[in-house]
Write a protein that binds this ligand. Sequence first.
Ligand code: FRU
Length: 493
Amino acid sequence: MEWTREMRYRHYGEMTDAEEKDLLEKVNYSIWRQQFHIQPPYGLLNDPNGFAYYQGKYQLFYQWFPFGPVHGMKHWYHVESEDLIYWKDKGLGMAPEYDHESHGIFSGTGIVKDELLYLFYTANKRDEDWNRESAQSLAIMDRNGRIKKKEIPIIPKQPEGYTANFRDPKVWQDKDSDTFYMIVGAERMNHTGCALLYKSEDLLNWHFEGELKTDFEQFGYMWECPDIFQVEGKDVLLFSPQGLEPDGDSYHNVHNSGCFIGYFDKEKHYFQSNFFQELDAGFDFYAPQTTQAPDGRQILIGWMGLPDTSYPTDKDMWANCLTIPRELYIENNKIYQSPVKEMIAKRGSLTEWRGSLNSEETILEDFSDAVYELICDMSVEEGIAGLKLRTGKEEETLFYLDTKRQKIVLDRTKSGAPIAVDYGTVRQTTCTDNKISLRIFVDTSSVEIFVNDGEFVFTARIFPKEESKGIKLFAEDTTASFDIKKWEYITQP
Ligand code: FRU
């Protein structure tokens, strides 16, 4: 589908060429445009959608509101990649067309059948009194990239006992049969969150099987973006529960994402697991979605942003980006996330440093940069030691190990323009080692820090000044040793 002037008029009224030019200038001159993350051409991006491997390429869409950095009527924007690294811009994927989707085509997923890509999404409508109506809908993309929506939703509304917060279908094929399953995020009438299970033989006709039972009956008020998949033979239920209260170091963002690892019993409609793992220890990470690569790896991409949050780029008329793709594996019954192996190809020139610090701070003169990959193995005797990224006049993003408190900490208090400060500017998680290995990806306005081969990940947007490019190491009242490699990130395909 082309983004035409006619559609623009229909949805937003007249916009002159001069106004459009002005909009694009604001975006393109924004000092925080990312260099290697998927970001919207303008307007607001949120969840990744329809992630699937089809016709030899990864197809990926994202929730997009074209006009303004706000959560308006959502579209799907389309990008495509052969290697998960370089993403080709395919333009608008889908726009709202029908009455039942008049207030946005919301999140959903993709699955390939009979050489076609089936895209399932939520049709969102508000009536005159602003009451929500949600239906699950289907669009089909053919090998020429043409996407055609079915006029009639495949599931017209939520079943009895649930509110209209009924969205984000994920569809997969049973590994032992031809049967397809769908789960949809939902809210019970008593305002608790859950997922609903449907079954189909042909992807067109769907039967409601019942609620997917778990051992977490009372766990937030709404479960968004559920996803079920397998990693190393274990079933994983990934979702984004809304309304969890902070608990120790967990759940400090407005909403949070995580997973159960266990066993999906399709006969009993039960997902057995007694532990919810929060997936990211940082700030801006929500609504992740996965797909399976042809070599069997389960690849995850998340929204590097949060609902109900404004960002400093709003004034430049764009907001948010996606994370880099991560591959999942399991260790000690926990999901580990590491950057997809393809990222290695983007390593440019290398700078290295090795040494010890004793109660001091040093700036790595040759390292200054705003876009790079960095690997750091560090060990701390007893106390606090770590890195300061994107440092400049009164700016720094701190990441350190505190062995006395047994915490690893990301502190964006002085990172630059403030973001969601009411939710705090420091995140931490427990780490009992005094040695850690870090793999860090820094882009113009983000950091993604993978600790101990993906045991913990800290994801955060940061909005420093352009000239804040310093990298420092520090050890506070202790001795620490560092072994650091930094590669320029090659941004050209
Ligand atoms: C998650 C979410 C989904 C919904 C979409 C709308 O961020 O709220 O539940 O489908 O965003 O843009």
